[in-house]
Design a protein around this ligand. Structure first.
Ligand code: AMP
Length: 458
């Protein structure tokens, strides 16, 4: 299946995108915009297989450019707006794009293109390369085919029961798989519409909720909404689904959300290279602290504690990086996610962190999440991050970075004594640091690498 075939099945007069700048796009108008962008790209010399790099603020044109690339057999390469010049230099040298678009004005100029006849593409045609943030080493470009993306969107439409009646609040960035693919393609395949917001703003989203049916967010969206008194059960009466992913949703947030709204957040799990792998059920128990079961068509297994997946959703490999591609797949073709996890008694997957965040101290393995959960339960603690720092005797020393509640002063010795009651001595942090907030990226992921740099250098 290709995006062009999906588009042919859409009602051209149905609304697809309602912009926050007052511009609305029907499916017909949006597809025509993608066609003009495709014509514009071809007019400046882009040939099938060429990479088109783009670093712009969120806009309808930026998303349409992805579909333009799919239509023209080109490869869309979105770049985080936060990247600096030296980071951009690396991506450009690695991907060698035919064109680098870095302003909305350039996009608008391309959109002056004329009529466009779609190139011949099929499910195996690569239509995007997304560089992964990567916790170690240089970013790698995950190559994604139309088949990877369309098959995953089909699985999500059915798992989450999206229809043409849905109105999704889209407040995620579009340079990342969550906003670009999970949200946009799911709506595109269901024929529904989205409220397209430049960024997440709690009061703006609260204003939209009564007109919407679904929200896809990172955990931070939900903690921010819960901080607002005007976020109530009555406000959410028209909403049928709140979905969370890209970073772990605290079980506590899940429970607080249900207590406030009467609705359980549906948590799912995926990554740039694989699209979505698991989801809590639409009908049935959405269990806090779990990411649910494998989606239909996704084969997921856990070996030596590490999650491995296979299916039509999974990348064929990293751009021009045979070595990393080879190292990322098992001999029998499973992609090694780098995430640690286990199945619970009901077959739901529970993620215990990134393999690269595992701490080895005095020869013992310490899973940061186990320690973080204990610390987070202590009175006066909002949240914590546990990292390993180089240590002359132990190899790595367990270190905790803790966010206390506002106005609370925590006693490090008392915390350590309390943890000793339930944790083996080697798991108890040797040092605690107190901070106002943890460093997070735009997707809500705690930046452990940054923490290791900050506290390791001391
Ligand atoms: P990205 O490629 O930026 O989407 O990051 C993918 C990574 O985010 C995964 O490999 C997981 O480590 C993490 N992740 C995504 N969803 C979840 C989730 N629901 N719970 C815990 N971690 C998640």
């Amino acid at each position: 299946m290709t995006f062009s075939r999906v588009a042919a099945a859409r009602d051209p007069d149905a609304l697809f995108i309602r912009g926050d700048d007052g511009r609305d796009f029907t499916y017909g108008e949006f597809w025509a915009l993608a066609g003009r962008l495709a014509a514009g790209l071809v007019a400046v010399g882009a040939k099938p297989g060429d990479r088109i790099a783009v670093q712009v603020e969120k806009s309808v044109e930026a998303v349409a450019l992805f579909y333009a690339c799919a239509r023209a057999g080109l490869i869309f390469l979105p770049l985080n707006t936060a990247y600096t010049q030296s980071e951009i230099a690396y991506f450009l040298s690695d991907a060698e794009p035919a064109l680098f678009i870095n302003s909305q004005a350039q996009l608008m100029e391309l959109a002056q293109g004329g009529e466009f006849d779609d190139a011949v593409t099929d499910a195996s045609t690569i239509c995007a390369i997304l560089y992964t943030s990567g916790t170690t080493g240089k970013s790698k470009g995950a190559m994604l085919s139309q088949g990877n993306l369309v098959s995953n969107a089909e699985a999500l439409v059915s798992a989450w029961r999206f229809t043409s009646q849905d109105k999704l609040i889209h407040a995620l960035p579009v340079y990342h798989t969550h906003g670009l693919f999970v949200a946009t393609n799911t709506i595109f395949l269901s024929g529904g519409q989205m409220f397209f917001r430049e960024k997440f703003d709690a009061s703006d989203v609260i204003g939209l909720i009564p007109k919407a049916t679904a929200l896809m967010g990172v955990p931070t969206f939900y903690t921010r909404l819960l901080q607002r008194e005007d976020f109530t059960r009555e406000l959410c009466a028209s909403m049928r689904l709140f979905i969370s992913g890209s970073a772990p949703l605290l079980a506590e947030t899940h429970r607080a959300f249900e207590a406030r709204t009467g609705q359980a957040i549906l948590e799912r799990y995926g990554m740039t290279e694989t699209n979505m792998n698991t989801s809590n059920p639409y009908d049935g128990a959405r269990k806090p602290g779990t990411v649910g079961k494998p989606l239909p068509g996704v084969d997921l297994r856990i070996r030596d504690g590490m999650i491995e997946v296979k299916g039509p959703n999974v990348t064929s490999g990293y751009w021009r990086n045979e070595a990393k591609t080879k190292a990322s797949f098992t001999d029998d073709g499973y992609f090694i996610t780098g995430d640690l996890g286990a199945f619970d008694e009901d077959g739901y997957v529970v993620i215990s962190g990134r393999g690269s965040d595992l701490i080895i101290t005095g020869g013992f393995n310490v899973y940061p999440k186990e320690i973080e959960e204990k610390i987070d339960q202590l009175p006066g603690v909002v949240e914590s991050a546990v990292i390993g720092l180089p240590h002359p005797d132990f190899g790595e020393a367990v270190t905790a970075v803790i966010v206390p509640e506002k106005g609370v002063t925590l006693d490090a010795a008392a915390i350590i004594a309390k943890l000793r009651e339930t944790l083996a001595a080697f798991k108890v942090p040797k040092t605690l640091h107190f901070v106002d907030e943890l460093p997070r990226n735009a997707m809500g992921k705690v930046q452990k690498k940054a923490l290791r740099e900050t506290y390791g250098a001391r």
